[in-house]
Design a protein around this ligand. Structure first.
Ligand SMILES: [Ca+2]
Ligand SMILES: [Ca+2]
Length: 411
């Protein structure tokens, strides 16, 4: 029970109210007005006793703290009473009513938090009655759901799908049929296998998969049924290309001989393309950094080459700018296109030494830096042969490449 005190004690004083009061149900408008006796209720799942006849109706106060499904059952105990039940709001306006038959009336409803009245009055006759107020669990419609694990994959990967039947009604299903559709350009379906919900040794028929559709039908053998919620069958979905692959499963269920169509289940497998890989070799006497830039100039990845000058970078498929740089060297720059799941290899490139100030040209200003730092170790960009001393050997290298400019074209 959600709450045992949803109906609270109100005034126990029996009040006399004219039947001609505001909002009184029309059925009460008899020639001789009946008196309405105000009663108070206490708890859910309790039984209250009362007496009504053509001159006496009873009105039970009811306070609900949160939205609640509940039923009110009035059963005649003595006399020839055929009861009616009226549900009234706090202003005594009718919300619903039921007319009983013979000696019983049952009103089932769902109401939000608030103050209400339950009025018991005769359809005919009169006598004593018992009134029972019970909270009821909302009746949920049977439905089918599909769960994907994982819900997103890379091209070439496979997700496991499980199809469930939920809120199976009492009595169970004798058989069920599932028609599932999908985009065959995005995914392929396989490994369709029944999960045993319809009992041991159930009978299965599978049609397809073909052209974006397959059908699984299952029936419990020898009187077995699907009595409890659970997985009906599983299948695999293998991603063929990037995109959003929607799978729709329509279920029809049988309690024996007739099919009921349930609301279809839709689930989407998100398929991403795998990264592409860029490899290459960059030679220089200094440590080389390779940086990959997106088209918007943000950095997509960066790495340093190994002792052989080799590097590898991965990024989503697309077009990039790649730059290899080393202190004191002209840069190399290329515009590779990466393909998902594939490797793009750039031509081997040797960086050209001498651009000590990094302005993409080897000139007298670079030589100036050697002169200013002669016989020193720093700045390391000026130590072009990387021997720890800035001197004429570095100037010799600079001179060999004098007037060259970058960045070098790197393809
Ligand atoms: Ca320069
Ligand atoms: Ca040197």
């Amino acid at each position: 029970m959600k709450n045992t005190h949803l109906i609270r004690i109100t005034l126990m004083v029996a009040m006399l109210v004219s039947v001609f009061g505001v909002g009184t149900p029309a059925q009460a408008m008899d020639a001789l007005p009946a008196q309405i006796i105000i009663r108070s209720t206490t708890f859910w799942d309790a039984i209250f006793s009362g007496t009504v006849n053509d001159t006496r109706y009873e009105r039970w106060s009811l306070q609900i703290d949160e939205a609640t499904d509940f039923s009110v059952t009035v059963t005649t105990q003595t006399g020839d009473l055929t009861p009616a039940i009226y549900l009234l709001d706090a202003s005594e306006n009718e919300i619903a009513h039921v007319t009983g038959s013979l000696s019983q009336a049952v009103l089932s409803t769902n109401q939000s938090a608030g103050n209400y009245f339950i009025q018991v009055q005769p359809v005919s006759g009169g006598g004593t009655y018992n009134m029972e107020i019970r909270q009821t669990e909302p009746v949920l419609d049977p439905n089918v759901t599909v769960v994907l694990n994982p819900a997103s994959v890379l091209v070439g990967e496979t997700a496991a799908a499980t199809v469930f039947l939920n809120n199976i009604p009492e009595g169970g299903y004798t058989s069920a049929e599932f028609t599932c559709t999908y985009d065959p350009a995005l995914i392929s379906i396989g490994n369709i296998a029944e999960s045993g919900l319809f009992g041991s040794d159930s009978v299965v028929a599978i049609n397809g998969p073909a052209e974006g559709s397959f059908i699984l039908a299952v029936a419990g053998s020898n009187g077995q049924k699907a009595a409890a919620d659970g997985a009906v069958f599983t299948f695999s979905a293998t991603a063929l290309q990037a995109g959003e692959a929607t799978i729709i499963c329509q279920a029809r269920v049988s309690t024996g001989g007739a099919l009921t169509t349930l609301e279809s289940a839709t689930i989407t497998l998100t398929i991403a393309a795998p990264d592409g890989t860029l490899t290459g070799t960059v030679l220089a006497s200094k440590p080389v950094t390779v940086t990959l830039y997106n088209e918007d100039t943000t950095v997509a990845g960066t790495t340093t080459v190994d002792e052989n000058g080799n590097f590898s970078l991965s990024a989503p498929a697309g077009s990039y700018t790649v730059i290899a740089s080393a202190p004191g060297f002209l840069k190399a720059q290329g515009t590779p296109t990466l393909t998902g799941g594939a490797t793009t290899t750039l031509q081997s490139v040797s960086l050209i030494a001498g651009d000590i100030d990094g302005n993409d040209v080897i000139d007298q200003f670079d030589a100036l830096t050697i002169g200013m730092n002669y016989n020193l170790a720093e700045p390391s960009a000026a130590d072009l042969n990387n021997d720890g001393t800035i001197n004429v050997l570095d100037l010799e290298i600079l001179a060999a490449n004098y007037r060259q400019s970058g960045a070098l074209d790197w393809q």
